[in-house]
Design a protein around this ligand. Structure first.
Ligand code: ARG
Length: 579
């Protein structure tokens, strides 16, 4: 919180008998700057003070003596409006950003609290699907947003490496021979799996083979285990390659198989508490009172299920992290799974069960270049579109775009690196700019448009701001006299910078990276308006003749550039210095 706001809330506190943080949270920015720079809506105090909001506003105006940063104060209906000393606010914000750099926006909202975020979490022996891309991108951004809001974050990849399907795959490798597991790619694994499943439809005895193979794996049979380890190794190499392109990281890889040792004790406790019952050797939790279908926790053949391992994982996470929130960034199709999971944890008496949250998201759709219609991530031949191809495609298109503009590029630009930054940036931004529960439509032409509401547009603004700072023959300094900044556009820009930390808090509350993406678009548009004024009128140019004006404007440009870079970091995008 800036000093002016802090002093203002401290002053208001004395008359309002409320917490300064709460008062700060209520302060609004009036829609019309003529009315004031901050407004306190008095509705919230009406009940406690037994007075109409308008009466409270008038009374406050009479009782407080505003701090030095406030130049004027007036009650207007239910609002108490304040005008701030503009140079003071300019200097407070811009010097703050210059001094603290990429740490300026950090808030203390989550101080001392931990958030566990489970994201991407793909299944081995399968290609990373496009929904794992959305999960990875959204999860990573939510991680960074919470981090900026002062929380300790734990990012977990809950790798799907267990389940009866691996029995099938092991049996397939043993049955078909020919291909050694060492040489097999993820595509080979998928093909073997499909071939085996198809054959099993005609020859049901293959199901027994698969069951046997899975039992062997469960019992630690060396051959079965060696195959499974190989599946995992090959899959991990592919996942890490793709995560590498996007710069996605995790604090921990916690595969499902890790929780197997905990399953027996869990099932025992569930049965003892009467939450789960055994029927024909299977274990089932009925959730009738919760209006949910029953949840199977152990199959007849003794195998645990996805849900069993998720229950163990939840307990494990609580024991280790005592989280404030435990977020699962998983597509909407698993809604029921998470409802059941939370319901069982509640029945177990865990108060923290309501800290478990399913962060769902919509589908990724692609525009078919021939028909112009959006489809659900599969080509006409029915193959699913592979993530790696999507990314490579984006980078390739960005490279072509860069080549078209080759003559404008400076020599210091590394075209290869820039193509990767813009290509992945376009993918990430188009994924994060819409509300996460909505479907995302991938349309390459739109995504890479430097003038549209796109990632490259924001990155381009950053590069342009960097170039202004390079061209100025003067370093950015906090000694600049901010009272020179008199243009309404400059005031709007600084007010926009001021609210960045608030937007971060909001984005964390709503688990919504689109708040940050849209904030960046708004900020870039304001800057663009400001910048184009200068192209028409020389004295409005940032790089103007007058040294004092130049110094103040550079401090502003530096603030905008730093905040854009921070915002891009929150989304997981690079901020190129040149474009
Ligand atoms: N592996 C699962 C899938 O691909 C997602 C796992 C999400 N995380 C979890 N703890 N359930 O569908």
């Amino acid at each position: 919180m800036n000093t002016i706001k802090k002093e203002l809330t401290e002053t208001l506190k004395t008359c309002l008998n409320a917490d300064p943080e709460e008062i700060a949270g209520l302060l609004e920015v009036p829609p019309d700057p003529q009315m004031g720079d901050y407004a306190l809506p008095c509705f919230a105090f009406a009940k406690q003070m037994k007075k109409a909001p308008a009466g409270i506003a008038t009374e406050l105006a009479g009782c407080i003596s505003p701090p030095s940063g406030i130049t004027k104060m007036r009650a207007a209906g239910p609002y108490l409006n304040f005008h701030v000393n503009r140079p003071e606010l300019f200097s407070e914000i811009l010097c703050g950003i210059h001094e603290k750099g990429s740490a300026w926006h950090r808030t203390e909202k989550g101080k001392g609290e931990t958030v566990v975020i489970d994201y991407s979490s793909p299944n081995i022996a399968k290609h990373l699907g496009v929904h794992h891309l959305r999960s990875a991108i959204i999860g990573r951004s939510i991680y960074r947003i919470f981090e900026a809001a002062g929380y300790r974050c734990i990012g977990i990849n809950h790798l799907g490496d267990w389940g009866t399907s691996f029995g099938k795959l092991i049996a397939a490798f043993q049955r078909y021979g020919g291909l050694s597991a060492e040489k097999a790619s993820v595509s080979d694994m998928q093909n073997y799996y499909v071939r085996f499943s198809n054959e099993a439809m005609k020859k049901p005895e293959l199901e027994d083979l698969a069951r046997d193979a899975f039992r062997k794996l469960e019992n630690g049979d060396p051959d079965a285990t060696a195959l499974w380890k190989q599946f995992k190794k090959v899959s991990m190499a592919e996942f890490e390659r793709i995560y590498g392109i996007l710069g996605i990281e995790f604090d921990e890889y916690m595969p499902e198989s890790f929780y197997l040792v905990m399953a027996e004790s869990l099932l025992k406790r569930l049965k003892k508490a009467g939450i789960a019952t055994e029927s024909e050797e299977a274990v089932i939790a009925t959730l009738e009172d919760e209006n949910l279908p029953p949840l199977m926790l152990k199959k007849k053949d003794g195998a645990t299920l996805y849900a069993t391992r998720d229950l163990c994982a939840a307990e494990y996470r609580w024991t280790n992290y005592r989280f404030r929130h435990c977020l699962y960034v998983v597509g909407g199709e698993q809604k029921l799974h998470f409802l059941q999971l939370t319901a069982v944890l509640k029945k177990m008496g865990y108060k923290w069960a309501d800290r478990i949250e399913h962060i769902d998201f919509g589908l990724l759709k692609f525009i078919d270049s021939e028909t112009g219609r959006a489809n659900k991530g599969s080509t006409r031949t029915g193959d699913t579109i592979l993530l790696e191809d999507v990314l490579k495609n984006g980078i390739e298109k960005a490279r072509r775009k860069i080549e078209e503009n080759a003559e404008k590029l400076s020599e210091q630009t590394n075209a290869e690196e820039l193509a990767a930054q813009i290509g992945t940036g376009a993918v990430i931004f188009s994924d994060l700019a819409v509300k996460r529960t909505k479907d995302v439509i991938f349309d390459w032409d739109r995504m890479l448009d430097f003038q549209g509401d796109t990632g490259p547009y924001v990155q381009y603004a950053h590069a342009r701001l960097s170039s202004i700072l390079r061209k100025a023959q003067m370093p950015v300094s906090t000694d600049a006299d901010c009272s020179i900044l008199q243009m309404p556009e400059e005031w709007r820009l600084v007010r926009m910078l001021e609210i960045f930390p608030l937007r971060i808090n909001q984005a964390s509350e709503k688990r919504e990276p689109s708040i940050i993406a849209n904030y960046l678009l708004e900020l870039c548009k304001l800057f663009s308006t400001y910048y184009s004024l200068g192209m028409r009128e020389p004295d409005k140019r940032v790089l103007c003749e007058d040294k004092n004006t130049l110094a103040a404007r550079l401090l502003l440009v530096n603030g905008i550039k730093t905040v854009i870079a921070s915002g891009l970091q929150l989304l997981g995008m690079d901020a190129p210095q040149r474009m």
